[in-house]
Design a binder for this molecule. Structure first.
Ligand SMILES: [Zn+2]
Length: 280
């Protein structure tokens, strides 16, 4: 069992950075840690501890104490940057030598999602990194003081993708499978992303995406039914796999039946990290 600390920067009386249109850093940080927690807590190999799960103030030294007391394996702090209106880009910060391998992985995942200017993974003397006894890193995905980046940081779909990326980065560093491995062999969990909805838990089976039929068809407002262990979309019976009380259907069937516009394996069928579904 690995213990992961997710640290949402600032809180309550300490708002952190103030966005171009007044959005607060503490709210972005809290939203992100809750999303990352939702993704990681399903993994039986990982125990997640949040330094704060509501809008409360926690001293910097107490954040490190929580992690040290829990003998955590890794510590990730979520922040957003502030500066001049023209300042832009994503960076990952670390302090201790032991932080660097973890921070490097996290930065790779961070950049894969933000697509912003790469301000690099680099050293900075930070309280939470300095005072923790395990590898720690702090992300600054973008600048709230930059109007375009503020809008991006508070975009629900962006936050969902960033949460998946951070969860995957943590799993890669810890050497645990992202999500829960499902039988039979060759079947892997994969997040299914549709617009700004919370990610759905899908499966990757032999390079094809399978989506939880009930949740996704209802979310899409599609007409469907279930009979004799098969899902019908409209009146068409589609290939169905039933695992753990959930029925899965192929993402491509949704497309072929005209329920969605397209389905993409991202970045590709061999290294799929997430499935992107585009609605009509
Ligand atoms: Zn901050």
């Amino acid at each position: 069992m690995k213990t992961v600390i997710i640290d949402g920067g600032h809180g309550k009386k300490d708002p952190g950075g103030n966005g171009a249109t007044g959005k607060l850093e503490k709210d972005f940080n809290l939203s992100m840690v809750l999303k990352i927690n939702e993704l990681l807590k399903k993994n039986p190999e990982i125990k997640v501890i949040l330094t704060r799960s509501t809008d409360v103030f926690v001293e910097l030294v107490d954040r490190a104490k929580i992690a040290n007391k829990a003998k955590a394996d890794v510590f990730l702090s979520i922040h957003a940057n502030a500066g001049e209106a023209s300042a832009k880009g994503s960076e990952t910060l670390y302090t201790k030598d032991m932080d660097k391998p973890f921070a490097t992985i996290i930065h790779k995942y961070l950049m894969s999602v933000t697509g912003l200017t790469d301000r690099k993974c680099r050293y900075q003397n930070l309280s939470v990194c300095r005072n923790t006894t395990m590898p720690a890193a702090l992300i600054e995905p973008g600048f709230l003081t930059n109007p375009a980046e503020e809008e991006l940081l508070f975009n629900e779909e962006f936050q969902n993708r960033l949460a998946v990326a951070m969860a995957q980065g943590i799993c890669e560093y810890l050497g645990v499978q992202y999500g829960v491995r499902v039988t039979p062999p060759g079947t892997y969990p994969v997040p299914i992303l549709i617009g700004d909805m919370s990610p759905f838990d899908g499966l990757l089976i032999e390079g094809k995406s399978w989506v939880p039929a009930k949740l996704i068809l209802n979310a899409l407002g599609a007409r469907w039914s279930y009979a004799l262990r098969s899902v019908y979309v409209g009146d068409t019976k589609v290939d169905t796999k039933n695992y753990d009380g959930t029925s899965y259907i192929k993402g491509t069937d949704l497309r072929d039946l005209g329920v969605v516009r397209n389905v993409f394996l991202d970045p590709d069928a061999v290294n799929t990290k997430r499935v992107l579904i585009y609605t009509l």
